[in-house]
Design a protein around this ligand. Structure first.
Ligand code: Q46
Ligand code: ZN
Length: 300
């Protein structure tokens, strides 16, 4: 457990997290984010940051019900305020319906919605960082995928710490960057964390990231240390990769980051539901912050 927490601490130190900083941790209900919450709760005492959590109820039947229950248990175990964003409550639909309405694969819609909601909540709370539970196996697969397609701009965002764009986007912190899926699982078991092992019914086993993750596991079994070496090298060099070329702009509908014109969430919801839902989502999150007694950035 000490080994695990030392590695998490190293990433927090690299990001210069200090007393009073606000860390918003994303909890999916799975083992990775549960392990992350455990380690962040342990380290909170000595560093003195403020911790809040967010869970998105994706509206995917039994899977979402169990995930939400696990997230609630995990957050309340440590007295961490939990923002639950229920998509059906805000948008009137969940991920399966949004995918049908836009004729896009569920995972592509889901990824877009999650990115938007997490960033919106971090901006509204004025978080110093949005903390994500990606482990070394996830990161190695993402890095290989970006390298395969020579998507150098994505590589520039795959380090353990990413930059904040004030008022538009909050930087991300990935404290499990150098910790494998197996280590994360063992740690969450030792800490008796609450999580679900259920899998989303929409998961596609042929998805590139999933195939690459299996391949990384195979290489690691033949070349122990491969993953850590790959990620260690990337962690030293990711800022050298070119940053996205499009100038950053502000979505005219919701005011958050976009790569020109309306942001992808407002575009998607306009197409599926007839109006851009960014403003409604932001108001819903502010309401949740008030209910939890958390400050809303810019309201003081
Ligand atoms: S939750 Fe969402 Fe995953 Fe389900 S719809 Fe796909 S992306 S598989 S992590
Ligand atoms: Zn928008």
């Amino acid at each position: 457990m000490d080994y695990f927490e030392r590695r998490v601490r190293r990433i927090l130190e690299r990001a210069r997290v200090k007393s009073g900083d606000r860390l918003l941790v994303a909890i999916s209900g799975g083992k990775d984010s549960a392990a992350l919450v455990e380690a962040l709760s342990v380290l909170r005492g000595s560093i003195g940051y403020k911790l809040a959590a967010i869970h998105i109820d994706l509206g995917i039947g039994e899977y979402s019900r169990k995930s939400r229950e696990a997230a609630l248990k995990e957050a309340s175990r440590h007295g961490i305020p939990l923002i639950i964003v229920d998509l059906r409550e805000v948008l009137g639909v969940g991920i399966p319906e949004l995918a049908k309405l836009t004729k896009r694969p569920p995972c592509s819609v889901c990824g877009l919605v999650k990115r938007y909601v997490l960033n919106a909540a971090a901006v509204e709370w004025g978080a110093s960082y949005l903390v994500m539970g990606h482990n070394a196996d996830d990161m190695a697969a993402y890095a290989l995928k970006a390298f395969m397609s020579q998507d150098l701009e994505s590589l520039s965002k795959l380090g353990p710490v990413t930059e904040t764009v004030p008022g538009l986007a909050v930087g991300r912190l990935r404290p499990l960057y150098m910790l494998s899926e197996k280590e994360t699982f063992i740690y969450s078991m030792l800490r008796k964390a609450s999580f679900t092992m259920d899998e989303c019914p929409h998961v596609n086993r042929r998805q590139v990231e999933i195939v690459l993750k299996r391949a990384v596991g195979f290489i690691e079994s033949r070349m122990p240390g491969f993953k850590v070496q790959l990620l260690g090298n990337l962690a030293r060099r990711y800022t050298d990769y070119p940053k996205p070329k499009e100038p950053l702009s502000r979505c005219p509908s919701c005011g958050l980051i976009s790569s020109g014109g309306e942001c992808s969430f407002c575009k998607l919801t306009r197409r599926a539901l007839g109006e851009p839902m960014g403003p409604r989502m932001r108001a819903y999150i502010r309401q949740k912050l008030h209910e939890l007694g958390l400050e809303v950035a810019g309201e003081n």
